[in-house]
Design a protein around this ligand. Sequence first.
Ligand code: CP
Length: 309
Amino acid sequence: MNLKYKDLLGLRELSEEEIMLILDTAFVMKNVLVSGNKKTAHLQGKSVVTLFYENSTRTRLSFEMASKFMGASSANISTTGSSVNKGENLADTAMTIDAMATDIIVMRHPVSGAPHYISDKVGASVVNAGDGMNEHPTQALLDMMTIIENKKSLSGLKVAIVGDIYHSRVARSNIWGMAKLGADVYIAGPSTMIPVGIEMTGAKICSNVQEACEGADIIMALRLQTERQKSSLFPSIQEYSRFFGVDDKVLSLARNDVMVMHPGPCNHGVEMTTSVYESDASYINEQVTNGVAIRMAVLYLLNSRRNAL
Ligand code: CP
């Protein structure tokens, strides 16, 4: 089985079978990753360019590592130090990278839909590494992989996603993906940070964090994205953390074997306390490790589809 599209732009358009194909492939890639010999030849002779218009540590580094582990030539472009700073537009930038016989472009951009906009302008496969407030598909895939690794399946699990839902592409990708794999997703956050119509996705809106986390199998806290807020959507950071942060008291409402997750980077003491972040319930470092395996799987599958044409 191959992926249907040349690009990975979001989980909204992927089938359950395609999501499972990526996850199953990632478990195989994880064996490579932890084997002590990280080199494979799956992408030998291929090139991967990461094009990032926003800051990143985890996503960019893991795509770069994944490319290198599989033998691809990889290169980076960011806004600083490139001709983007001279005013070159997105389409010209993407087509310039494509004209260098690039096979896969991994792109992060502050505008929702930016990777979709360039996808039909380039022959390369485009991977959405986060577009504005829309989707961050590889983050949700690594989240789902981490859950399945520990819970065997997402089916019937209560997943609480709490915090700044409105600005979160991580939340949107997880809601699309987890619903397809049978989880029950509950969301909670300040009312100003709950997107209008979000319940159409199947996610259930809770009136507070306690209700969302009661009996939860998974608690996923989201980063407060102050950089995307034009004006403050809550009275103060102290009040935000008091009402919407995950602390030991909130944790005690969940199941004993609850998994605490966060996409990172975390604002300690805001989205969750350091004691929760560092607790035995925290799978945040496992998420990061699985991020490399997921990105290896995505690059491998997109390249396989290209080879099959
Ligand atoms: N989770 C995530 O996207 O982290 P980075 O911004 O560090 O890539």
